[in-house]
Design a protein around this ligand. Sequence first.
Ligand SMILES: C[C@](O)(CO)[C@H](O)COP(=O)(O)OP(=O)(O)OC[C@H]1O[C@@H](n2ccc(N)nc2=O)[C@H](O)[C@@H]1O
Ligand SMILES: Nc1ncnc2c1ncn2[C@@H]1O[C@H](COP(=O)(O)OP(=O)(O)OP(=O)(O)O)[C@@H](O)[C@H]1O
Length: 272
Amino acid sequence: MERLAPGKVNLGLSLLGRRPDGYHELHTLFAALSFGDRLFLEPLPQGIEFRGRYGKQNLAYRAAALYLEAAGWPGGVRIVLEKALPEGAGLGGGSSDAAQVLLALRALYPAEVDLFSLALALGADVPFFLLGGAAEARGIGERLRPLALPPLWVVVYAPGVRLPTPRVYAEAKPHDYAPELPVEAILEALRRGEEPPYWNSLEGPAFRLYPELKEVKARLRALGLRGVLMSGSGSAFFGFAEDEAHAQRTAKALALSGYARYGRIGGEGATP
Ligand SMILES: C[C@](O)(CO)[C@H](O)COP(=O)(O)OP(=O)(O)OC[C@H]1O[C@@H](n2ccc(N)nc2=O)[C@H](O)[C@@H]1O
Ligand SMILES: Nc1ncnc2c1ncn2[C@@H]1O[C@H](COP(=O)(O)OP(=O)(O)OP(=O)(O)O)[C@@H](O)[C@H]1O
């Protein structure tokens, strides 16, 4: 069984405040990309064979162990993970891999298991990837409301800066907190091809840690992309191109200095 584990971008991310448990209350819009990692899974009589980095620490491996244990299933699975998304870039790579493993194992070994709870235990971004497409998220990212997005050409660029998510959140200060995102105004601007009125509250902490990221954002704007924003906890940025030719040209120019890809979000073609 082969599955695409799509990446994601956050079409706006507002930090509403800090919770007693140390996590931050979020308001964000997730959008799955049309590209991502690839997973190959096949059933085994027992045990988990995993081929990919980090071994048993890999989120894909951990998702398999969690599901098989929760389902109480003696069977096992062989997983080969083919990474295509840059790690620690804010594109949800590991989270998406984990969600796809949960979905694949439920297909291989159906059981009365609360996939959503297993996903949330693996990470704040994992529940979204059980849905795919686009969704408004609250809480730490687990309270989801599906959204309909117009089809858009998106360019994603990650400079070679690895930004660990916990480090960026740890750097967030109360002056980085912001109100809720204007969801309807954002969707309307995206539909009209205008500059969306969104922001990412984690840019402040990320730019304090790595000031050179400000230049990255300015460069993507100078290339004519619209709605340029850092995704998640970074260091990846994204922006919208006028059409496929513009997206292709821009990704090509950016590929000379880091990870750059173009693809689609929204419309019916967003999720595989
Ligand atoms: C930045 C985003 O990617 C936006 O989509 C997510 O909020 C982060 O999701 P994630 O990478 O799955 O994050 P997790 O692995 O669950 O958490 C990593 C660390 O980020 C911090 N964290 C995460 C989510 C959140 N709402 N508040 C937080 O403060 C916590 O310190 C946590 O220990
Ligand atoms: N399958 C995986 N793919 C990538 N990283 C993984 C995986 N499993 C564990 N990791 C570890 O988790 C860290 C975060 O992975 P991930 O790629 O999800 O970060 P991210 O792109 O910033 O995601 P997010 O947007 O959720 O913060 C990596 O730096 C790596 O150390």
